[in-house]
Design a protein around this ligand. Sequence first.
Ligand SMILES: *Cc1c(COP(=O)(O)O)cnc(C)c1O
Length: 348
Amino acid sequence: MSRYLNGRLQALAPYVPGEQPKVKLNKLNTNESPFPPAPGVREAVAEAAANLQLYNDLSAAKLTGLLAKTYGLKENQITVSNGSDEILAFAFQAFGGHGLIFPDITYGFYPVWANLFGLDAKTVPLDENFNVDIADYQGNDRCVVIANPNAPTGKALPLSALREIAEKNPDQVLIVDEAYVDFGAESALALVPEFDNVLVVRTFSKSRQLAGARLGFAMGNAALIDDLNRVRFSFHPYNVNTLTQAAGAAALEQPEYFESCRQTIMETRAWTAEQLKALGFTVLDSKANFLFAAAPGRNGAEYQRALREKNILVRYFDLPRIRDFTRITIGTKAQMEQLIQATKEILA
Ligand SMILES: *Cc1c(COP(=O)(O)O)cnc(C)c1O
């Protein structure tokens, strides 16, 4: 830290991303897809690269048009961003003026943004089974942020619960972070035509094989989207570069590939959960591309360290209530077989 740093930033505790190793390990720690980008993505990026001397299309017209078609919305109900982290940060600034409320155990970036932007954040404990109790979010005067499925638990709320939160907070925005929704949860997208206060945030990082391209988007009432663009145009209008726009559009043009990848992940998740349970693990019911699991007789840190020695990376969070658990990304079947084999050796 230099002596020039803004005093307000000196106390920040920045978000700590999972390890990105330089050597090839069995990488099950950051919830990326184990599959390559969709067919056609590389060619589309190469073609787009021919125009890199020009600024990118501010409206991201082709990409936004395809998103509108894919999700049955109008173009003005969608905006794209440099990863969903960016659009979440914009949404916190746009709608968090009266403060924010979210669960105690959820995506670790929420409190970081609240601190960075000087917003008041209130956390509500998940219940003893790591479920969101919607009664905790009714009639409050803060912007509600729900990751659904939640991270790192993988547990999901049904659409009816999200509807109730939206209904009971008509004067506040409900931000639903759907980073993992493609792996089996119900989407709040169905609420968008009906509610002017529901913002759905998605990413291409987890279910569309484009984590490194950095592409996210938000869907909601046109006025909410306009608010987000107001923040965007006050910060960085050219936020989604030419190559990423081309990659995202090409990925959307391969719905069968998307479908087969997410089905495979869900099948492999079920297989892995069964194997871990047979070995005595506690495994939460996950609707995401990861499992949140507690090893028998070992805490999360010990299990993570033992796997690391066998060149397998998983994520451990040194936080109250979840120290028994590790978060295990669902990779290919072969990667998960390696995890199970290594786990048997560790427990032996
Ligand atoms: C991974 C993740 C994000 C961020 O995704 P990017 O689009 O890669 O920025 C947002 N929310 C949750 C809950 C996530 O797990």
